[in-house]
Ligand binder design. Structure first.
Ligand code: FPP
Length: 253
């Protein structure tokens, strides 16, 4: 990322602006607004999801190009099961289609796929395809793409608590040893960098049970843009906002 040239003659501003821009190492996105995007155009909801899937492709490429280490996308929440059977079939069908079509791109671009959430709920066929994609990209190092599927943050934290309780019952750990680090180490995001930036599109100001623990120190960015309109420039602008906030609050640990 390049910084804008500082205005001439402003020595103080030049001093701060030439400092390296902090790049968000881990960016997460709540991709919202596909339905409204379609409605505005008089199209069926599935058309919004298709356009949303194209925005996913662009976001992955942008993250890789900017040197982001991990990009976590909320593709299907545990609450999404409340949608109509038709819409769920559309969403899973799109995932299957893109997985097949984009796997070669992920491999070529050095993207490792990781899944969080209980994706076994999507049935053995999609599960097998997802597992295969994870295996095939396991050695890639440029970007980790984390897809949250049937994910809910409270369920994730509850599972971590159960795992720690089981270890305590088995005498493997002392209850007093259960600290923040121990809980973090049981979460599905344990191998990822700390979450730096959480973006939600479409003007809603909610976290919707997404990465609640991980977002403790993250910068939150709520955008009015509908997800299908989120493009390379929007991604770059979001990273720039993050960098500007980090420069202002640079004293924070
Ligand atoms: C929200 O739009 C978006 C989703 C339900 C999930 C995101 C799904 C995709 C981007 C499609 C395919 C995904 C992959 C990984 C290929 P909404 O329907 O809630 O929008 P609305 O709030 O305007 O109705």
């Amino acid at each position: 990322m390049t910084s804008a040239p500082a205005p001439e003659g402003d020595a103080e501003l030049t001093g701060t602006d030439t400092a390296p821009h902090p790049i968000a190492r881990h960016v997460a996105i709540i991709m919202d607004g596909n339905g409204r995007w379609a409605k505005q155009r008089g199209l069926p909801r599935v058309a919004g999801h298709k356009a949303g899937a194209e925005a996913v492709r662009r976001a992955i490429q942008s993250a890789a190009d900017h040197g982001v280490e991990a990009l976590t996308l909320y593709a299907f929440s545990s609450e999404n099961w409340r949608r109509s059977a038709e819409e769920i079939a559309d969403l899973t069908g799109l995932m299957r289609f893109y997985l097949e079509r984009e796997l070669a791109t992920l491999e070529r671009e050095g993207v490792r796929l990781k899944l969080i959430g209980d994706y076994s709920a999507f049935g053995p066929d999609l599960m097998k395809r997802l597992d295969r994609a994870v295996e095939r990209t396991a050695g890639n190092k440029r970007l980790t793409l984390v897809i949250a599927l049937n994910y809910g943050s409270r369920a994730e934290i509850a599972a971590a608590a159960r795992a720690l309780a089981a270890k305590a019952t088995a005498g493997e750990i002392q209850p007093e040893a259960i600290d923040e680090q121990a809980i973090g180490a049981e979460l599905q995001t344990r191998d990822l960098p700390e979450l730096d930036l959480l973006i939600r599109t479409s003007g809603e100001l909610r976290l919707s049970n997404f990465l609640l623990w991980q977002a403790a120190y993250a910068e939150l960015l709520f955008l009015d843009t509908l997800w299908p309109d989120f493009d390379e420039a929007a991604f770059a602008a979001a990273l720039e906002k993050y960098a500007a906030r980090e420069r202002r609050f640079g004293g924070r640990s």
